[in-house]
Design a protein around this ligand. Structure first.
Ligand code: ZN
Length: 375
């Protein structure tokens, strides 16, 4: 056999091998998860992020609630790999940027990639498509997770710069703490509440307006501040996250014929983990589960809404220990920091099948972008 003939044989063998491998992969993929392009498209997406919420926190919350969990309402479940670009253990800034913008970046980065360049977020892309948008958090609204959906700064600590970026994207509603970073700034003399009002926002706060009476029949955008700095824990009396979720969803649903995108964060599950305080973790989890239930109830009525729930990372190395009983668990922690454990992703509604499987945290961005046909 001449060298030309053997080369052609090699090519033919490689072609056959390649097509076998290719078709086997394709068959197993379609058997488990239909390609995203074939799925029914939702009109709205509600993304719920439990900061510091891994499977241990979900488990502990369930065993402290009579073995019941809101997560049992989901049929489509996956796991994401939470690592950042420079660390197996992510922080909330890199974790949220991965979900909001689809890039692995360094710990501390808000809406910028590993080269510190701005990357567009789901919320900004939804705005470009004339969808209505919202952010709700039980931390300051400038904290890492909500911040990464609207701001582009090199460090999460630069919270006053994160606040400035609320002037650059016409987000329809935001609810959270951190009024000081808008109204009583240290880095400049600007009054961002006055500036937002000039731009057409109706801004109110916890001193002047009870959130349960918040009037959402307005053509203006809405900003509502729940605290000057960081809001209280649930155990100290904070109770706005559930009414805020309902108000924001109802407002956005009325707002735009093109659908809406909202990110709602249960922010303080993480802080309970950092404090190695099991009661703090569980009380925040129980509230967040009611928030998830409210989102699922809306989606069940609406039938056009995809609900996705995940965490950015686990916090505390939380473990339900031997000696635990139903509604009386014993908990241990391995760290006061975050851990690298994979994080569950739950999805319900049109297109939810796409969230099955194991994938990088950045794939959550890809799947939502495809579901809403954003670009
Ligand atoms: Zn944390």
């Amino acid at each position: 056999m001449g060298s030309r003939a053997s080369w052609m044989l090699l090519v033919a063998v490689m072609f056959v091998l390649g097509s076998c491998t290719g078709s086997r992969t394709a068959v197993s993929n379609t058997a488990v998860v239909p390609p995203v392009s074939d799925l029914v498209k939702p009109k709205n997406v509600i993304l719920l992020i439990g900061d510091g919420m891994g499977l241990p926190q979900i488990t502990g919350s369930m065993y402290m609630e009579d073995n019941k969990s809101v997560f049992e309402r989901f049929n489509n479940i996956g796991f994401h790999k939470s690592n950042s670009s420079d660390n197996l253990v992510t922080d909330s800034a890199a974790g949220a940027t991965a979900i909001a913008s689809g890039v692995k970046t360094y710990n501390g980065a808000i809406g910028v990639n590993a080269r510190k360049e701005s990357v567009p977020t789901l919320l900004e892309m939804a705005e470009k498509k004339n969808m209505a948008t919202g952010l709700v958090a039980s931390s300051s609204i400038t904290h890492a997770t909500p911040g990464a959906f609207i701001a582009h700064v090199q460090s999460r600590d630069d919270v006053e710069s994160i606040a400035l970026d609320f002037l650059k994207t016409p987000i329809d509603i935001f609810i959270g703490g951190g009024m000081d970073f808008f109204a009583r700034r240290k880095s400049d003399d600007r009054d961002l509440i006055a500036e937002l009002t000039t731009k057409g926002y109706r801004i109110t706060d916890f001193v002047n307006q009870d959130i349960s009476n918040l009037d959402i029949t307005t053509t203006k955008n809405i900003g509502y501040f729940t605290a000057n700095g960081e809001p209280l824990p649930v155990s100290a009396g904070r109770d706005y996250l559930i009414p805020a979720t309902n108000k924001a969803i109802d407002f956005l649903n009325e707002r735009s014929p093109n659908g809406f995108f909202i990110m709602i964060e249960g922010s303080q599950i993480d802080w309970g983990g950092h404090a190695n305080d099991a009661n703090y973790v569980i009380s925040e989890m129980h509230e967040f589960e009611k928030v998830i239930a409210a989102a699922l109830d809306f989606a069940a009525r609406d039938k056009n809404t995809l609900v996705i729930v995940t965490g950015d990372h686990e916090t505390g190395g939380f473990a339900v220990q031997p000696g635990s009983k139903l509604n009386d668990i014993k908990v241990a922690f391995t760290t006061k920091s975050h851990t690298a454990i994979m994080i569950p992703v739950f999805a319900q509604g049109p297109g939810a099948e796409a969230f099955r499987g194991i994938y990088e945290n950045t794939a959550i961005f890809d799947k939502i972008k495809a579901a809403l046909e954003l670009n």
